[in-house]
Design a protein around this ligand. Structure first.
Ligand code: TRP
Length: 471
């Protein structure tokens, strides 16, 4: 954790005094940067465009935006508030709060499930982070210059079919993440994010500018923003909901852990809005940068997980200064991925520290090594084992590799379930007084609306999705 200063006063200010002496973020901005660093990642730049492409565009984007506004932001508020009141790791925050409000001890499982989900997600997240690393090399080596869309497609196909190369980049990515987490995220890292996030933002704008210079900007724009509901499937709605959780890093205790370091005088509601808006903007801009290129080059929007790796290099290959911009872009994609990956390893390491008295370095090594090993299954899913569909006997999982299953189970089941229970906890179980204290927006209309959403809207939405999913 970064930029944390001992601030005993902040811990004991409001409802409880058990957090006295707990470290705190130095400012609201420090928290916003850390939380945005977690939220903005491969989910925005890699995943959002390709699932939008697979689900037909506009209508999917609309559902996604609704999910962010109606479900994502309220859950982020709840998750951060629970974390701040608990003042410890997700598992212990849940344990403390359940005890304090006289609730079932089983609430601890909410923290536990989040930890397992983080573990599973990081195993494939790191493999994709490895693709981004590989593309830093490809770009710097000038491989995109003047390349046709076919040859760029082959470059990507070649990477996926080569397990050893994938393994090398996946390993390098995990080493980076473990090194950072083992040291405790130093204040240097936070300063780096401070500079790098705005540059990432600016570079995406450069890419959007380039996309605007093609004839297909209009086509890309309307693909994203004019909804055609005939293209929206129930599966698409499920994907949009799952992605809202994924992109905001919700449902797994990560925001709880970050919230535990938030000083009492910072407005959780405002902060959650800021982080969500930054995250959504990055995703929409990535879409605006990518889809015009898809149409300009006669490619398929539904090309799948390789979409950005097959479109952006074409642009970098043609624009002036493309080698520099391309290299910088993939470096920043790696940075965005690393800052998210850190937040995924953190809960696992924290758990090691608490349960077994293993120190931080050892915890990061053991956690990182096991996640790395699980990542090998994702690598093999892309080539040697691409025909292996372990749950293929169920219609829903037909044709899904181990990688597809890990992605599906975490994004579509575990995160919404985590979000559901976080909403229920704050909506129905946590002491009303404590909730009011944490949110400090009074108990007027805004508070009532938020509570209504947490009590009814979120649970109903998630349940509808689950019922559909079980059928
Ligand atoms: N939000 C990140 C992204 O969009 C991924 C991520 C980081 C995440 N931490 C998380 C997802 C915690 C769920 C829970 O790439």
């Amino acid at each position: 954790m970064t930029e944390l200063t001992q601030n005993p006063a902040a811990g004991s200010a409001a409802s409880d005094d058990s957090n006295a002496g707990h470290p705190m973020w130095s400012s609201r901005l420090a928290f916003i940067l850390a939380a945005s660093g977690s939220a903005v990642g491969l989910g925005n730049i890699w995943k959002f465009p390709y699932i939008t492409g697979e689900n037909g565009g506009g209508a999917f984007v609309l559902v996604y935006l609704l999910c962010i506004a109606l479900i994502g932001i309220p859950i982020m508020v709840a998750e951060v508030a629970i974390g701040r009141r608990g003042g410890s790791s997700p598992i212990n925050s849940m344990r403390k709060l359940a005890a304090r409000d006289g609730l079932s001890k089983r609430w601890v499982w909410l923290g536990g499930m989040g930890m397992i989900a983080s573990f599973l997600i990081l195993s494939f997240y790191s493999v994709i982070g490895g693709w981004a690393l590989a593309y830093v090399g490809n770009s710097a080596g000038g491989l995109f210059v003047g390349a046709s869309s076919e040859s760029i497609g082959e470059m990507f196909g070649g990477l996926l079919s080569d397990p050893y190369t994938l393994l090398m980049w996946h390993s390098l990515f995990m080493v980076l993440v473990v090194m950072i987490v083992a040291r405790g995220v130093s204040s240097g890292m936070e300063k780096a994010i401070n500079i790098l996030m705005p540059i990432l933002f600016a570079l995406i704008l450069v890419m959007v500018g380039y996309a605007m210079s093609t004839d297909s900007f209009g086509a890309g724009f309307s693909f994203l923003f004019s909804p055609d509901f005939s293209k929206l499937t129930t599966e698409g709605v499920l994907t949009a909901l799952g992605h809202a959780f994924f992109t905001l890093s919700l449902g797994m205790g990560v925001m709880m852990a970050y919230g535990s370091y938030l000083p009492k005088n910072v407005s959780i509601v405002k902060t959650a809005f800021t982080v969500s808006i930054v995250d959504t903007l990055v995703a929409l801009l990535a879409g605006l940068a990518i889809f015009p290129l898809v149409f300009a080059n006669g490619m398929e929007p539904g090309a799948g997980p390789g979409l950005i790796f097959q479109t952006l290099p074409i642009a970098f290959g043609q624009m002036p200064g493309g080698v520099l911009f391309g290299t910088l872009f993939f470096v920043l994609l790696v940075v965005a991925a690393v800052t998210s990956a850190i937040s995924l390893l953190e809960p696992v390491v924290e758990w090691f520290e608490e349960q077994k008295g293993i120190d931080r370095t050892k915890g990061a090594l053991i956690g990182g090594w096991s996640i790395w090993a699980l990542g090998v299954l994702t690598i093999l899913s892309l080539n040697e084992w691409s025909g292996f569909h372990p749950l293929g006997m169920f219609e829903r999982f037909e044709g899904k590799t181990i990688f597809d299953l890990l992605d599906y189970v975490t994004a579509n089941l575990m995160m919404p379930l985590g979000g559901l229970f976080i909403a229920l906890f704050m909506g129905w179980f946590m002491s009303k007084q404590a909730t009011e204290n944490e949110l400090s927006i009074g108990n007027g209309a805004a508070f009532k609306l938020l509570m209504f959403i947490l009590r009814f809207v979120t649970p109903a939405a998630v349940l509808v999705v689950f019922v559909y999913n079980l059928m």
